[in-house]
Structure formats: C-alpha cells, structure tokens
Design a binder for this molecule. Sequence first.
Ligand SMILES: [Zn+2]
Length: 221
Amino acid sequence: MGFCVLCFRACRRDFCDVCEAGFLEAQLQGSRRFGKLHSTDVPILSSYAYRGVCRESILACKSQGFRRLGPALVRRSLTCESLQERLGQCDVIMPAPSSLWSRWRGSLDLAMMLAQGLADAAGLLVCPPPRSLSFRWYKQALRDHSQRRGVFRSHQKIYDASYFEPHTPTPLRSARLKVLIVDDVVTTGHTLSELAAFFKHVDFEFYTLASAVRPGKDHAC
Ligand SMILES: [Zn+2]
C-alpha cells in the first residue's frame, strides 16, 4: 500500500480517489484543450485547467519540494491521446527555459521534468533551449522593459535547424524538423511564441500541462 503523492491518503496508485476526481474535474476536453498562442495561429495543447487539484499539485511540486509529484504528473499527462499523437509526429522535445531566478530560489524545473518524461516514453531526445534565453527570461521585468519586441529580438541570435542536430533522429518524421516545446503552465503563450521565434526553418508544436488562459472573446469555443 502506498500513499497519494499529493495528500498522503493511503492508495495504490499515484493519486488517491479524491485527488483523481479533482484531476478529472480539471481535465480539458475537446476544443478547450487547444488554446491559441498570443501572436500566432499555432494552437497549444493543454491537459488541464490551471485550478483545483491540478494547480495545487504543480505548486507543491515546484516550490514545496513534493518531488514525487513530478513523475506522477508526467505519467498522468501521458494518458492524453492528443499528446500521444503529437509525440508520434515530433522529432525532438524542448522544454521552455526556466528562469535562473526561480532556480536560484530552489524551485524544481517542472518543464524540464515533463520534457524528459515525455521523451523517455516516446523514445525521443530532449534538446535544451539556448542557454542565453534563460538569462533573458529571468525576470518578467526584462520583457516588459522592452515593449518593442521586434527590437528586442533583433539583438538575439537566431538559430536554425542545425541547433537540434545532435538530438535529431535520421530520417526525420516529416519534411521539416518538428520540435515539441513543453512547459508546465501557459498563461499568455508569450514565452512559447518567443522561444519558437528564435528558430528558423523549424516547425513547432506546443504542449503544456495546465492552461491558465481565461476563456474570453478570443477563446470562445
Ligand atoms: Zn490524494
């Protein structure tokens, strides 16, 4: 007999019946699974709404040291069929860069853990994001400071498909290299779209565990 990784009730699986019910309640279905990125038309696939048990688990895993939650969340995300389908189409997995600021505070890099877990399950390799980008994202203020995102980007190095070379299977699964970018929580999609913008001649798919995007005019479904 084991214990629920979140609430420590006795149970046989990762999560007890109560927590499991919470996950089912937060699970996104159908078109609600696909949020739109802020600046492009690329849809982001998300498994859960960022609330309830899902939000609790992510926060507990990242900042309260409940490390067993990471693998449990990965295993749970793998039950999503749309995600399985995407894993079958992509060549490489890249986690969104975690900020140095949060690493310094000791939070766990859940995006990296998720990327590694999905990669292991699908037999793919993880390619880390360019190092310089985690410096870029170490504070929100840095991005707000530069309202002109075009100008901000022009100072950045733009990478092409060769960046992924050591992690790419041969032959590719489609005509162009396809990379799955994963993150734990998506709010605006800015980080994901900016990360994708640092590469050319590469196609991207996006997956996040939880979506904090509020349904509004733009997200009517
Ligand atoms: Zn529980």
